[in-house]
Design a protein around this ligand. Structure first.
Ligand code: NAD
Ligand code: UPG
Length: 447
């Protein structure tokens, strides 16, 4: 099939490359000439393992091209897939300006029947709105499809080529059938439904996953106080098939371009129909607070005084294997430390420049080149993203680098056993401390 993908962010680029990998003829469009320039020069503007190689193979095979010419791409395609951003407005609602603009441009370029499929995450009713917009600008026939995307950053290619399910929202059965054919090579599990339900499936899925994370984080917070181990609790819960083991990793809370945005948007969607989504409000509130446990632990260690302390931070991306720092908990943690007079040394294997761009002022932060350099001379080390590189660190060298052996592991990367026999004072999330120093700082309830 001939496919135009509009928007080459994470979703557009990964799905464009994967549709080409399936043998389709794909043109990826972006209005940003810088991005298209990088792509046409064989580069990839995001960090995603395996994407460069797969893009390059498909370009060489003549199945994949990149352009800023939206009109030309639309004219040469049967299926147009919208994958532009829907970032949050200050109110929490999704900003649909990019969607609207792209829809108008598509309408003006149309030269015959097209399937217009929306992969961007959009509030219920948006596909109908897009259809009205297109209809108001062209007499050309088209069918609307809601095609929500469920890929995760860092494992985006695997998620796209081996999806748990494909969801297709269609009002027109023949367009629905075409989309089923397109995705059949990926999975048998294809849910074909009406457009509004498809739009809702996306928000409900993200909200549910976010709920699992906030739930386990609250359990972890209680575990810390009663001396239980949240990793064993999650394991014990996860074997129950009704619960499942996924998304029960306690930590510093979820970040990224999706969960924070989509939970807020769903609260707004409910609000518009006079429904207060109380559970989801609490999920968001728990998540906003969870990151501050790192600060609370530091404050307990330093008797409330962060001023003048040197704090090393490992990990700035919102999760490993991505350079995405949108809504990364590290942003607020580092801002708090700097604002309270701490000197911060920060490092991430791939997200440094994105983080610096978003963080803005560099005052109070020393940007380091590797993990050990970051730890050198620090009074405490906070691990905020679970990159493999940190898990594999030589603990002897780390100890030598630190001024004080205080390790706050926000992602439960280390095992207490590997630290026994060292003088590390180790704090993790929701796991009992075995070392005396940490036990004294964070006493658990005695029964
Ligand atoms: N990032 C993810 O992991 C993920 C996963 C599933 C769903 N989603 C959803 O997919 C959508 C896209 O997310 P993203 O992270 O890829 O977005 P992004 O903001 O990283 O990229 C969007 C791209 O669209 C381009 N664009 C905007 N208007 C355009 C136009 N009129 N013509 C051509 N290009 C245009 C922008 O220049 C940008 O490169 C969002 O709705 C998001 O919620 C994202
Ligand atoms: O047990 C867990 C799992 C995840 N996280 C955190 O949750 C956030 C999101 O992680 P993940 O879901 O792996 O990454 P995303 O790339 O944001 O993917 C989510 O958001 C996408 C955009 O909507 C969806 O397509 C995906 O299905 C959905 O998993 C990250 O900060 C993780 O650190 C935890 O704290 N504990």
């Amino acid at each position: 099939m001939n496919i135009a993908v509009i928007g080459t962010g994470y979703v557009g680029l990964v799905s464009g490359v994967c549709y080409a990998q399936l043998g389709n003829q794909v043109v990826c469009v972006d209005k940003d000439p810088g991005k298209i320039g990088i792509l046409n020069a064989g580069g990839i503007p995001i960090y995603e393992p395996g994407l460069r190689e797969m893009a390059s193979a498909n370009r060489s095979a003549g199945r994949l091209t990149f352009t800023t010419d939206l009109a030309g791409a639309v004219r040469g395609s049967d299926i147009v897939i919208l994958a532009v951003g829907t970032p949050p407005l200050p109110s929490g609602e999704a900003n649909l300006a990019y969607i609207d603009q792209a829809a108008c441009e598509i309408a003006e370029a149309m030269n015959g029947y097209k399937i217009v499929a929306v992969k961007s995450t959009v509030p219920v009713g948006t596909n109908e709105r897009i259809a009205r917009l297109i209809r108001s600008r062209t007499d050309q026939p088209f069918a609307s499809i809601s095609l929500p995307e469920f890929l995760r950053e860092g494992s985006a290619i695997h998620d796209t080529l081996h999806p748990d399910r494909i969801v297709i929202g269609a009002d027109c059965p023949s367009a629905g059938d075409t989309m089923v054919q397109l995705h059949r090579p990926l999975t048998e599990r294809i849910v074909v439904t009406d457009i509004r339900s498809a739009e809702m499936i996306k928000y409900a899925s993200n909200a549910f996953l976010a709920t699992k994370i906030s739930f386990i984080n609250e359990i972890a917070n209680i575990c810390e106080k009663v001396g239980a181990d949240v990793t064993r609790v999650a394991e014990g819960m996860g074997y129950d098939q009704r619960i499942g083991p996924a998304f029960l990793k306690a930590g510093i809370g979820y970040g990224g371009s999706c969960f924070p945005k989509d939970t807020h948007a769903l609260i707004q969607i409910a609000g518009h129909v006079d429904y207060e989504f109380k559970l989801l409000r609490s999920v968001v509130e728990v998540n906003r607070d969870q990151r501050f446990n790192v600060i609370r632990k530091l404050e307990a260690i330093f008797n409330g005084e962060l001023r003048g302390k040197t704090v090393a931070v490992w990990g700035l991306a919102f999760k490993p294997n991505t350079d995405d720092v949108r809504e990364s908990p590290a942003l607020e943690i580092i801002r708090h430390l700097v604002d309270h007079g701490a000197k911060v040394k920060a490092y991430d294997p791939v997200a440094m420049s994105n983080f610096r761009g978003l963080f803005g002022h560099g005052g109070g932060v020393i940007w380091c080149k590797d993990a050990l350099e970051t730890a050198r001379g620090a009074d405490a080390l906070c691990l905020l993203t679970e990159w493999d590189e940190f898990a594999r660190i030589d603990l002897g060298l780390l100890r030598q680098s630190l001024n004080r052996p205080i390790l706050i592991d926000g992602r439960n990367v280390f095992h207490e056993e590997s630290l026994l026999g060292t003088d590390f004072i180790y704090y993790s999330v929701g796991r009992p401390s075995l070392n005396q120093g940490a036990k004294e700082q964070m006493p658990v309830l005695q029964f």
